[in-house]
Write a protein that binds this ligand. Sequence first.
Ligand SMILES: Nc1nc2c(ncn2[C@@H]2O[C@H](COP(=O)(O)OP(=O)(O)OP(=O)(O)O)[C@@H](O)[C@H]2O)c(=O)[nH]1
Ligand SMILES: [Zn+2]
Length: 335
Amino acid sequence: MTGRYDEHDPESYERPRRRTRPRTKDRPTYDDAVPAVVVTVDRGRLTCLLSEGPDAGSKVLAMKARPLGRKGVVVGDRVRLVGDVSGDDGTLARIVVVDERVTTLRRTADDTDPVERVIVANADQLVIVAALADPEPRPRLIDRALVAAYDAGMDPLLCLTKSDLADPADLLAVYRPLGVPYVVTRRGADVGEVRERLAGRTSVLVGHSGVGKSTLVNALVPDAMRSTGDVNAVTGRGRHTSTNALMLPLPGGPDGNAGWIVDTPGIRSFGLAHVDPDRLIHAFGDLEELTADCPRGCTHGYGEPECGLNEATGDEAERVESFRRLLASRDSTDY
Ligand SMILES: Nc1nc2c(ncn2[C@@H]2O[C@H](COP(=O)(O)OP(=O)(O)OP(=O)(O)O)[C@@H](O)[C@H]2O)c(=O)[nH]1
Ligand SMILES: [Zn+2]
């Protein structure tokens, strides 16, 4: 794109004509718009937290402004607000700018919603929460979540819960060749190690019902829910009435940068149909090197006779096997 900048940039070839008109008429600059981050979305109403200034962290309810058109705004989006940004009851600010997204996490189309959608923007870590027992861990599901993380450009973290019920060794052995970072935890345990992993990052928590996600979120953000009736402090809504993602700032941290978590009660599966093998292998530099001489169009999957990955031996062969298992999980319907 950079090489063709001059040719295609209207600013450069239309300059003589445009100079006759005041620039601000063409494109408002929104100089006085206030930066904020979207923490939850509920039927067209977006709850934002201000990012800067003396009121940083305060909550403002907003709606999309007309110039954004049909562009979706999702949890994690960095936005700019105009209008009443006081956050007072009954006020509604307008979102006039959505910053370019660094990452996007998508969920697949399903029976209730035929469209594949971006659910979280700008998160950099995907925390795959799985119970060691009750319910039994489902490696296929973990594999699919890993593929979604690598494809979205997010770092995965395996978070194994209920360590009072079963030993993590067998499950960890499955993910060792891939070098997936992990934490093991249980209800009531010190969550210091989990906190360290979350510090300074925006982490999306995924995991199916019953794995202990709420228990973990409550341990990490003690005031996220009031004990009576599970009403969320940020939205004022009951958690269980909502299937929307919710982003919460983590408390504390000596540098004030403890990170954010995004709880996603709604995700049942990820959109993996579009995942390109070359993008996935990019997350594994050593394997990517092996594919340098692959024939054109090689999928690097099982049964590719001339794939460079077939040359791997020893530990690397184990990594290749695990990588190919992930690749194959794209087509799995197990979720
Ligand atoms: N034995 C044991 N049980 C746990 C642990 N953590 C959570 N539980 C129990 O597991 C059940 C599910 O925990 P939740 O935290 O509600 O799980 P969740 O993933 O949020 O489930 P949903 O709310 O259905 O999405 C509850 O009965 C918890 O008390 C743990 O470390 N050990
Ligand atoms: Zn190949």
